[in-house]
Design a protein around this ligand. Structure first.
Ligand code: 1BN
Ligand code: ZN
Length: 320
C-alpha cells in the first residue's frame, strides 16, 4: 500500500518526464504507472467482457450444422458434446443431469446440462434455455431459432459471467426435452427437462437456494418482437423492460402474451421467473427455422438488455 501511495503521489506531482536524472527514472516512473494501473484494475474488479453476438451467432451456426436434435437422438448427444467442450474451453465445468422419462413415443433418455459460475453468495440466480429441437418425422427441422438461439445465447453468456463479479451464484441450465413429441402442446408432453430439474431440486432440498429464474427462448429472430409474458413474475419482467427502455431496445414491446414454457415449473414451485420469448416468428415449428432467420443483432439486443438488468435483479434478491 505504501508503494501504491508513493506511486500515486509521483503520478500526481507529474514527475514523469520532469525527472532531471534522465531516462532511467523516466522508465522507472512509467513502470510504476503501469503497475499502478494493474493494481487499480485488480482492486476494483476488471469489467467483464461485453456480450459478443458474433460469438453467439457462430454457436448457432455450429448447432444447426449438427442437424435436427430431438430429445433422445444421437444428434442431441453430439450437441451435448459441443456444449460441454465450449464450456470447458472457458475453464468452467458442465454437470450432466440425466433422467429417463415416459413420453408419447416411449421411454426417452434426456440430460439437462448445468453450469455453475461462482458468486459471493450460495443463493442462485438461474438462467436457462432449451437445447433440444422439436421432432418432425417427415421434415428436416434444425431449429436455428427454436433451440439453437437459446443454447448459443447461454454459451456466450457463460463467457461474460465467468469474468463478472457475481453477487449471487449464477447457474446456467441447458434444458433437454422442452418440445412436445406430439404435434400439439398438451400436458404433460413438454418441458420434461425443467419439470425434472424442479422436482429434483425439491427432492434434494436445494430449491430454496434458487432465488429467481430467467428463461430465454427464440431470441434470434431477425424481426425481434418480445412481448411481456403474462404468467411471469411482474417485478422481474419490469426490471428487464426498464433496461430495454433505457437502452432504447424497441424489440421489447409493452404488449401482453401468455406462453407456457420451461419457466412454468419454477413459477408453480414459487420461484420468481420470467420468459423472454419471441413467438412472433413465421418460421416457428417449420422447416424454415434455419440459420438465415437468425440475426446476431437480435442476440446482441437480448444480451445487452439482460446484462444491464442483472444488477437491479440482484439488488432486489439481496434485499429479501
Ligand atoms: C417455445 C418454443 N415453445 C415451444 N417451442 C413453447 C410454446 C408452447 C409456445 C405452446 C407456444 C405454444
Ligand atoms: Zn418449439
Amino acid at each position: 500500500m505504501l508503494n501504491l501511495r508513493r506511486g500515486l503521489a509521483e503520478v500526481r506531482s507529474n514527475r514523469i518526464g520532469r525527472t532531471k536524472a534522465g531516462g532511467g527514472h523516466r522508465v522507472l516512473s512509467w513502470h510504476v504507472l503501469c503497475v499502478l494501473c494493474g493494481v487499480i484494475v485488480t482492486l476494483r474488479g476488471a469489467d467483464p467482457p461485453r456480450f459478443d453476438s458474433s460469438r453467439a451467432y457462430e454457436h448457432v451456426r455450429q448447432l444447426v450444422a449438427i442437424g435436427p436434435r430431438p430429445a433422445g437422438s444421437p444428434a442431441i448427444a453430439s450437441t451435448r458434446q459441443y456444449i460441454s467442450a465450449q464450456i470447458k474451453q472457458l475453464g468452467l465445468r458442465v454437470v450432466e443431469q440425466p433422467f429417463d422419462t415416459e413420453t408419447p413415443i416411449g421411454r426417452v433418455h434426456m440430460v439437462n446440462l448445468l453450469v455453475t459460475i461462482p458468486g459471493s453468495r450460495k443463493e442462485r440466480l438461474l438462467i436457462g434455455g432449451h437445447y433440444d429441437t422439436k421432432l418432425f418425422r417427415n421434415a428436416r427441422f434444425v431449429g436455428a431459432n427454436d433451440g439453437g438461439s437459446s443454447a448459443a445465447f447461454l454459451l456466450e453468456l457463460a463467457r461474460v459471467l465467468k469474468d463478472r463479479m457475481n453477487p449471487l451464484t449464477m447457474e446456467l441450465v441447458f434444458f433437454d426435452g422442452e418440445e412436445a413429441f406430439n404435434t400439439d402442446w398438451v400436458d404433460p408432453d413438454h418441458t420434461y427437462g425443467s419439470r425434472y430439474y424442479v422436482a429434483n431440486a425439491k427432492r434434494i432440498g436445494t430449491l430454496s437456494d434458487i432465488k429467481a429464474m430467467i428463461l430465454v427462448d427464440m431470441i434470434g429472430d431477425r424481426q425481434l418482437n418480445i412481448r411481456r409474458e403474462t404468467a411471469s413474475t411482474p417485478w422481474l419482467t419490469d426490471a428487464i423492460w426498464a433496461s430495454a427502455r433505457k437502452l432504447k431496445q424497441t424489440a421489447f414491446l409493452n404488449e401482453p402474451l401468455r406462453v407456457e414454457d420451461d419457466h412454468m415449473h419454477f413459477l408453480e414451485a414459487g420461484v420468481p421467473a420470467v420468459d423472454i420469448i419471441d413467438l412472433d416468428y413465421p418460421a416457428w415449428h417449420t422447416p424454415a427455422d434455419t440459420l438465415d432467420q437468425v440475426s446476431a443483432r437480435s442476440l446482441q439486443a437480448v444480451g445487452d438488455v439482460l446484462l444491464d438488468a442483472l444488477p437491479a435483479i440482484e439488488a432486489r434478491l439481496l434485499q429479501r
